[in-house]
Design a protein around this ligand. Structure first.
Ligand SMILES: Nc1ncnc2c1ncn2[C@@H]1O[C@H](COP(=O)(O)OP(=O)(O)O)[C@@H](O)[C@H]1O
Ligand SMILES: [Mg+2]
Length: 399
């Protein structure tokens, strides 16, 4: 069955957004058999019960930007059970130019990503074209997960728009791998270590300096978002934890050489850096309540959005998955304020309950979409069209 939701006309805020996902066609992506959705350039809401496919639709949008789903998973697991392939097609307007991006994936074959019908040689050529930030319940891992999660968060943000950082990261990881391999094979040649460690030290110094500077700039932006959602009562901060704070990579490697030989790997270095997430003087991981952790991850992602917007030639898309869950009424209210403030570009937002989304709709000017997701289908019978008149008359807000 083919569902078509066609009700959004575009006006008002569009001028400030130079990248819009106009529509998406989905075929066999997770539990979505077939759908064609036309979107508003402003806020697009997806409501539905648990397990209906709301996250899957956001994930399909994410896929078109990053050539993979948000959750690390095998290629085959995104194809609808029992089907041989999946296909996604997104039509964007990007700086006044239409962009047609498609992804097709057949079981057991490599995925094919096309821009304007032309296949990319390498998927990395596509990354960055359609900037996007996802706020997801899976972001819980940023707080509770290992330091690797937070390093990835830092690396991802800093490397956007900073190719030298990415270069240092690649060089460091390569040298680290070489050193580990030499240790594992019990090499004792000092000259070999010198060469590999010189490359490591140079890259480590660059990474450390870039991360240190980034945390300084990122922290106040993050704090602003946290307070915008939580109010002013809670003090939060970010601390860059690195073995290079007050030392050099050269000294660190020399001091741990014997230890590393016994352990069989390089135990200290910027590959162990962490971003400590603080609530007052305590670590968020140990003291934060569910609602505080949720607020924390939302603020981290919104600050990430600000960074991406500055680093990108186009306004990023914002995906807000289940953000109201576990938050008290005051925080929900403040999030509604932030989301309806027009500081973001095109927004996609999911919820199980329409109260919050209705509230957002009421506050917004311009045109927005509301869609209902049931069993992987987006039903246009349930779709509502909001415009300024609706907001004033309140006439068709009830399903
Ligand atoms: N490859 C797949 N094929 C079919 N169904 C899938 C696949 N992957 C996930 N699903 C189904 O998608 C549903 C979850 O959808 P999701 O978008 O997370 O729901 P929600 O509306 O709660 O966000 C589950 O019922 C799950 O079984
Ligand atoms: Mg979900």
């Amino acid at each position: 069955m083919y569902f078509c939701v066609k009700f959004c006309t575009f006006f008002s805020f569009e001028a400030s957004k130079d990248m819009i996902l106009r529509n998406i066609s989905i075929l066999n992506y997770k539990n979505v058999a077939e759908a064609h959705l036309d979107f508003s350039p402003n806020v697009n809401c997806l409501i539905g019960d648990n397990g209906m496919g709301k996250t899957n639709i956001l994930d399909a949008i994410y896929y078109l930007s990053f050539c993979k789903g948000y959750i690390n998973q095998s290629d085959a697991s995104v194809i609808r059970h029992g089907e041989p392939f999946m296909m996604l097609q997104g039509k964007y307007t990007r700086r006044d130019v239409d962009e047609d991006i498609s992804v097709s994936l057949q079981r057991g074959k490599r995925k094919v990503v096309r821009r304007g019908g032309k296949e990319y040689q390498r998927l990395s050529q596509h990354i960055g074209l359609l900037p996007l930030v996802m706020v997801s319940p899976m972001d819980w891992d940023l707080i509770r997960g290992a330091s690797e999660e937070r390093r990835r968060f830092m690396d991802q943000i800093i490397s956007q728009g900073n190719p030298e950082y990415l270069d240092a990261l690649i060089k460091y990881n390569k040298a680290l791998e070489q050193r580990n391999s030499m240790i594992r094979r019990d090499f004792r040649d000092a000259l070999l270590y010198e060469t590999v460690e010189a490359a490591m030290c140079d890259a480590a110094q660059r990474l450390h300096e870039a991360r240190r500077q980034w945390v300084e700039v990122f922290t106040p932006i993050f704090m602003d978002y946290y307070h915008a959602v939580a109010g002013d009562g809670e003090q939060v901060s970010l601390r860059y934890d690195s073995v290079l704070n007050g030392s050099t990579m050269h000294d660190v490697l020399a001091a741990n050489r014997e230890r590393d030989m016994v352990l069989g790997y390089t135990s200290r270095g910027v590959h162990r850096d962490d971003l400590e997430l603080m609530l007052g003087d305590h670590s968020m991981r140990r003291t934060g309540s569910q609602g505080q952790c949720k607020t924390y991850t939302i603020a981290l992602r919104m600050a990430q959005y600000e960074f991406l917007r500055k680093a990108s030639p186009t306004t990023p898309i914002l995906l807000l998955d289940d953000i109201f869950d576990k938050l008290d009424a005051k925080r929900v209210e403040r999030i509604v304020d932030v989301v309806s403030s027009d500081r973001f570009g095109q927004i996609f937002i999911t919820d199980t309950n329409r109260t919050h989304l209705d509230e957002i709709m009421h506050r917004l000017q311009g045109e927005h979409c509301m869609m209902v997701v049931r069993d992987g289908m987006v039903n246009d019978d349930d779709a509502l069209r909001y415009d300024d008149d609706d907001v004033n008359s309140n006439s068709n807000l009830d399903i």
